[in-house]
Write a new protein. Structure first.
Length: 457
């Protein structure tokens, strides 16, 4: 972790060298310690609003550039006045002005990325409702809709939107305790607490939160203990009108293996979905990203952006990646930004886009497991379990067969997905199905149907 006090004193020394003495004295000599560090913002206290405005208008950019020479992650300065700071302290008693706190950053670590703001999110028909709902929630946390449940496919801006809510709330009330947590991380944290039977740290972390943002809740599937714990936290926050925002890859009613008293609560507030952006929307997103990446917004012409947007139509993350690649390719080799060069730059991505459909990530796993278990009326947990009942064994073997057929995963890897089974078990299962489908027409039919459902081309 960076020592921001030290960094600030280095920056001050540099300012002192580079600025005229009067200017330095007037603006910076009276700013001593860091007030706090929250959400990648480093708070400085200006003696009055005159100095604050001066710094903001003339020096903030320069300060931020200097700051980022010393930090690993991107940070920005935020200037507040002494009065604002005092007001805050009266509310919180957490800090005394000018008392350097050792683990400032940890104390206020919110998990938020401060570039995920409403301003940076491009609105179109696919996300308008989600966007306006999130705005209202951010405006009236705990009041407008609680929880806010956002769902949609991967790479469409769920995480971005949920973090907008947190950033916006913090922006307006720097004292609010906002926590962003990925469900994976929540499960891990709880697991660790359970292992050591020390729940104190864990519950403390969640006790005093004002806004809880939980990302990718579908991963709670099958984690019964963690679900119970989450249920308790949820109830408590909700009871105290603390805002909760949840994202997921599917509707609450379609979540598998999560206790219904939890999923039904997800529907108590407001559910909104995010869909794929259309071509115009994608072009606007590219323009926005381009603005963020370069000083010159005309660097890349509209027909190039249109080309990129027409090829990458699935997922905003990919779209963004494609743009960055074009920027890199043409800048690094000093090529002109033309459609031909863009095509060249993206050739390998376009080719691997087909392969990318075959890329197995956790979502694909879950997908296959969901489809197969659903087909046989069992749960994904039963599918993965070591239960030897025939009812489970056969679907399990088929699921393994599908992983091999569609993704050509190694036997070892498939074994790992299925609760760390030995690779010989996997080989046996797959052979079993290969034999079955040669002799049994119904089974063959089933397997073929499932393969298509699971995305075989
Ligand atoms: P998800 O959580 O749904 O998988 P993310 O929120 O991680 O998606 O979004 C992936 C990337 O795409 C992020 O860099 C995000 O900023 C960007 N993005 C998604 N939707 C938009 C949008 N409407 N406008 C601008 N950027 C977007
Ligand atoms: Mg996400």
């Amino acid at each position: 972790m960076e020592d921001f006090e030290k960094i600030w004193s280095k920056i001050k020394s540099r300012l002192q060298i580079n600025l005229e003495t009067d200017i330095y004295n007037e603006h910076f000599s009276n700013i001593s310690n860091i007030f706090k560090v929250v959400n990648n913002y480093v708070y400085l206290i200006a003696p009055n609003s005159f100095v604050k405005n001066k710094i903001e208008s003339f020096y903030l950019n320069r300060l931020n550039v200097l700051l980022n020479e010393y930090t690993k992650e991107k940070h920005m300065f935020k200037i507040i006045t002494k009065d604002q700071a005092a007001e805050e302290l009266a509310k919180s008693e957490t800090y005394a002005i000018n008392t350097p706190e050792k683990d400032l950053e940890d104390k206020y670590k919110t998990g938020l990325n401060n570039s995920y703001t409403f301003e940076n999110l491009v609105v179109g028909t696919s996300n308008r409702l989600a966007y306006t709902s999130a705005m209202k929630v951010a405006d009236q946390p705990g009041v407008f809709a609680n929880p806010l449940y956002i769902f949609g496919d991967v790479g469409l801006g769920k995480t971005h939107l949920m973090q907008c809510v947190g950033n916006y709330i913090l922006e307006n009330e720097i004292n609010k305790k906002v926590l962003y947590v990925k469900t994976d991380q929540f499960i891990e944290d709880y697991g660790r607490a359970a292992q050591h039977k020390s729940y104190d740290g864990f519950s403390k972390k969640y006790d005093k939160i004002d806004v809880l943002l939980v990302d990718d809740i579908q991963f709670l599937s099958g984690k019964n203990q963690t679900q119970l714990e989450f249920f308790k936290i949820f109830e408590k926050l909700k009871e105290n009108n603390k805002q909760i925002v949840i994202t997921s890859d599917r509707q609450a009613s379609e979540l598998y293996d999560i206790m219904s008293r939890l999923t039904s609560r997800f529907e108590w507030g407001l559910t909104v979905d995010i869909n794929k952006p259309n071509l115009e929307h994608r072009i606007l997103i590219l323009k926005k990203k381009l603005q963020a990446e370069t000083q010159d917004p005309d660097l890349i012409s509209d027909d190039i952006l249109e080309y990129i947007a027409s090829v990458f139509d699935n997922n905003v993350r990919e779209l963004e990646g494609a743009l960055k690649r074009v920027l890199f390719y043409c800048t690094a080799f000093d090529y002109k930004f033309t459609v031909a060069n863009t095509e060249e730059a993206l050739k390998s991505l376009v080719n691997s886009k087909h392969a990318a459909n075959h890329k197995v990530d956790r979502n694909n796993y879950t997908n296959i497991l969901d489809i197969v278990s659903n087909y046989y009326n069992i749960t994904p947990t039963e599918l993965l379990s070591k239960n030897r009942k025939k009812k489970f064994v056969f679907p399990r073997q088929i699921a393994m067969y599908i992983f091999k057929d569609i993704y050509d995963l190694t036997y070892k890897k498939i074994g790992q997905i299925f609760n760390d089974r030995d690779h010989s078990t996997v080989i046996y299962s797959i052979e079993q199905i290969s034999n079955d489908i040669q002799t049994d027409k119904d089974k063959k039919n089933d397997v073929e149907k499932l393969l298509i459902k699971c995305g075989k081309k």
